[in-house]
Write a protein that binds this ligand. Structure first.
Ligand SMILES: Nc1ncnc2c1ncn2[C@@H]1O[C@H](COS(=O)(=O)NC(=O)[C@@H](N)CS)[C@@H](O)[C@H]1O
Length: 481
């Protein structure tokens, strides 16, 4: 009798992150019940409980870093009167085709826009609140829904028409110098946020032709997604007096003159969560940095006949110790699932650390630890479990960050010829090429390479060895960047 070799059909791997990123991403946010994009409005989706727990952890850190740098939280109406919205010509030109109108409300007497961002909502109130130089610097932020009728295809959590976790900060200053000090502070705030989420980033000043509508200049944070494309995850804008002039926001200087305030604005959205999922996830599922993992440690008891009592006593005491130390713990003592099933499930949910406890472990006063980031498994003494876990969670945060930075660096290369640049771009990622700074040449480079410019790198370690290089498109011009 031939032995039937029963091979479990390889479960149809739902998606391979590196092979088909978008399918993988959409599968993972649904499979883990973070999000639900079946809501029947294009670009407006549902955050489910597990996703909300991640979101709240991210938001509380975003609030912390803004509160501790002198920003005050406010809440503005979602409606912007058309006459405010259309005051700043650049801004209206940039957003005109992207706004949602309130077509009817009561008698529909005034034309209202749903805020796509809130400069034109805030300026009229700044005018009422700011009178004197002692009112400056004035720094507020809000985390709200904003609405953009995106013309490009919408994508769950990435390109939305209702952006529901839009943190926008708006600040006013006595002069350009103080406003640019604020720009630097905003960049440091974003670095802290992305470091907290273990997301790597490139920082560049956007070219003139791709800055925020109404800005003097825009500085952007981008990350490289698994499909080799970049995603803008945060932006900082110096707005000069472009808005304060048209909204007449002035202050009395110490010498008794009236001056327009200089303003800035800087924003991030739920895209930062999408970036975190994309950068750290793998084919097993989510991999969440401990800082924002709703469950940081899942405990799986391994039950054997007659030992349940001892094991659950041990599980209970470890859970208490970890919880009292502020660690987010979950015990999975379901009896209808095998340990193996549970391992796969909690790996898919992205829980950074698993503790397994069986009869042998209770006997030997030890636990088995399993890391989600490296998938390593090892034994640790029961004694001092709180410190062991705390230490390990930090190690995991740092390791996830450095693994992600390694990937980003591998996707950022340099080229000095069109062919070389094209070759680099074909394998995805970002290529740095010599540019004179002339806008027409910059746009010609985009055409030549059929790629969009991120801008001029502002990372500290961006090497400046451009001596003798010519502009990639205008070879008669010396490269300056
Ligand atoms: N359609 C969208 N869906 C999701 N996130 C978006 C969308 N559009 C922009 N964002 C995110 O929101 C950030 C800020 O948007 S922005 O247009 O660049 N800047 C502003 O609106 C400024 N007023 C600063 S708040 C962007 O860096 C990007 O990460």
């Amino acid at each position: 009798m031939a032995k039937l070799q029963l091979i479990k059909p390889r479960e149809k791997r739902p998606r391979e992150k590196w092979r088909n990123f978008t399918d993988w991403f959409n599968w993972i946010i649904m499979e883990t019940e973070v999000y639900d994009f079946r809501y029947p409005v294009k670009g407006a989706y549902v955050w489910r409980p597990y996703g909300m727990r991640i979101r709240r952890l991210v938001e509380s850190y975003v609030r912390l870093v803004h509160d501790e740098t002198g920003h005050q939280e406010v809440l503005f109406p979602v409606f912007i009167p058309y006459e405010f919205f259309s005051k700043e010509s650049e801004h209206i030109r940039g957003f005109e085709n992207e706004v949602f109108w309130v077509s009817k409300g009561g008698t529909g007497e005034e034309r209202l826009v749903l805020r796509p961002t809130s400069e034109t909502a805030m300026m009229p109130m700044f005018k009422l609140w700011i009178k004197d130089h002692t009112d400056l610097p004035f720094k507020v932020y809000q985390i709200v829904s904003v609405f953009r009728a995106e013309t490009k295809a919408t994508r769950p959590m990435i390109r939305l028409r209702e952006i529901s976790m839009f943190k926008e900060a708006h600040t006013a200053h006595a002069n350009r110098e103080d406003a640019e000090r604020q720009i630097k502070e905003a960049m440091e705030i974003y670095k802290k946020i992305f470091d907290y989420l273990s997301i790597p980033y490139l920082i560049s000043q956007r070219p003139e032709w791709d800055k925020f509508a109404g800005a003097v200049y825009t500085i952007a944070f981008d990350t490289v997604m698994p499909d080799g494309k970049t995603m803008q995850i945060g932006t900082v804008h110096y707005l000069g007096t472009n808005f304060s002039r048209v909204f007449d926001v002035r202050y009395l200087t110490p010498s008794g003159d009236w001056e327009y305030v200089h303003t800035t604005s800087y924003g991030i959205s739920e895209r930062v969560i999408a970036a975190m999922i994309a950068v750290h996830g793998d084919d097993k599922g989510l991999a969440l940095p401990p800082n924002v993992a709703p469950i940081q440690v899942v405990i799986v008891p391994i039950m054997y006949k007659g030992t349940e009592e001892a094991i659950m006593r041990e599980v209970k005491s470890i859970t208490e110790e970890l919880t009292n130390a502020g660690i987010r713990v979950k015990v999975d003592d379901r009896t209808d699932k095998t340990p193996g099933w549970k391992y796969n499930y909690w790996e898919m949910m992205g829980v950074p650390l698993r503790i397994e406890i069986g009869p042998k472990d209770v006997e030997n006063r030890q636990v088995v630890l399993a890391r989600r980031d490296t998938m390593e498994k090892f034994v640790a003494p029961r004694e001092g479990i709180v410190d062991t876990v705390k230490e390990l969670l930090n190690v995991i945060n740092d390791n996830m960050r450095s693994m992600a930075w390694e990937f980003l660096r591998s996707m950022t290369t340099k080229a000095t010829t069109v062919d070389e640049a094209r070759k680099r771009l074909d394998s995805g990622g970002v290529v740095e090429v010599p540019w004179s700074g002339d806008n027409d040449c910059g746009m010609a480079i985009q055409q030549l390479l059929d790629a969009d410019a991120l801008g001029v790198p502002m990372d500290e370690d961006a090497s400046k060895d451009i001596s003798g290089l010519r502009d990639l498109a205008c070879s008669d011009k010396q490269a300056n960047y």
